[in-house]
Design a protein around this ligand. Sequence first.
Ligand code: ZN
Length: 487
Amino acid sequence: MNPKRLSLLPVRFLALLVGVVFSLQCLANQPNGTPTKFIPDQGYLAWRQKLLDCLTPLRLMCIAAHPDDEDSETLAFYRYRYGVRTSILLANWGEGGQNEIGPELYEELGVIRAHETMEASRLVGTGRIYCLNQKDFGFSKSASETWSFWDHDRALEEMVRILRIEKPDVLITNHRFGTGHGNHQAIAGLAVQAIPMAASPECFTGQIRDEGLLPWKVQRFFQQVRHHEGLPGEPFDASVPVGEIDPLRAVAYQEIASEALLRHRSQGVKGIWNQVNQARITQPENFFRSVLDKDFSEPLRDLFEGMKGAWWLESEEPAAAFSKLLPASDTANGPFQYAILDAMKFLGQDSSRFEHSLNRAVEILSASPDSSTIKPETLLEIPGEMWGLSLEVHCSEDPLVPAQESIFSLIVHNQGPAMVVVDSFDLAVPTGWLLTPIKQESGSLGPFKQAEAHFLVKPASDALPTQPGVVDLYRSRQPFQPQIEHA
Ligand SMILES: [Zn+2]
């Protein structure tokens, strides 16, 4: 096997700097008597999903007020079936609710619910979780009451920012206007305001000027329509067959969502489980009504119908769909897609052809000058996983203090069968921080060997305390996901 060349660039470690440690013993309690049919993808299935994700640039976001309000059925359907990138945007972490599994309330309950949401999202395959961090003050009767507690301007600016960062093509929500929990009404209404503002270069110009964001146009926003005995109880514009069985996982998308819902243990699993069983029996489809001006006159076959990148409307089978969309001879338009399709075909069948196709896709991706085309970061994780490579990072000081030196150690492990070549290590630090390499091991790295690098890091004397990202705020250990670049 040829040596693989590897460089580690750039390692982003800001998220490591502040450790928020909470004792979350109650999280270890599994709900009693609830079956587990579905576990997150691993091995070939996970790689296949990462490849499938490369075939469409389309993105779906669910707007929800609290953890467990998200439409996990529809999110699971589009991610697992078609590789649509999915995300959720919450108003808060539901810290104002009751805790059915322990004594923690308020912020501590928010911590528990943030963990539950992340666990549920891992099952559903949701890529990103965003939160507006507006206070959950308990039940609210109306949107106006909610807005008397929430900061409207901050929430609107943040929602616009999130839409510009995540770039969803379609938004969905289970919430309605004018009825239900005030928090639900408020966030659904906020989305209606934020959508045109996110698309306008005149709105929140600081995000564009200072943060490098661009205006983003959400194309459609759907509200879920109530069911009545398995049928839509109101007029609808689109439906999604969430009761269908995923052929690779042998479980209905609805059941994946049910498993995810059960992860919201602090909300009372027994009640949720009864609700879930009832829904499964009576609601094999989710129905949606368009909230924005319609760009269609007939009900849609699919939430993404008519959008570029919705290959599944040509055929359920990616290879067949792309042969219709891109003739095999059309090497100018589809080399990336064809390389991915080849990799999917050879995965688990022919390792050298799989590797060849994957390398080709990575090469095309690396050379692509247009960052707005399909650029899934996850594709680059496959080579590292395939070759058994992992990266470990340690810091000698916790926390880091302005102007105080500390040592960062980076260790790359080769647990695979191939010889790899480590070109170099690098560590990206904020402007004004001093970075001094102390030691760097490079060169060939055989199976079961490791290579190390150490850096002296001195934060700037005026460095501000770091703020973990919203999603990371409540993790007991900060996540660390270095980008491994294949060269
Ligand atoms: Zn809610």
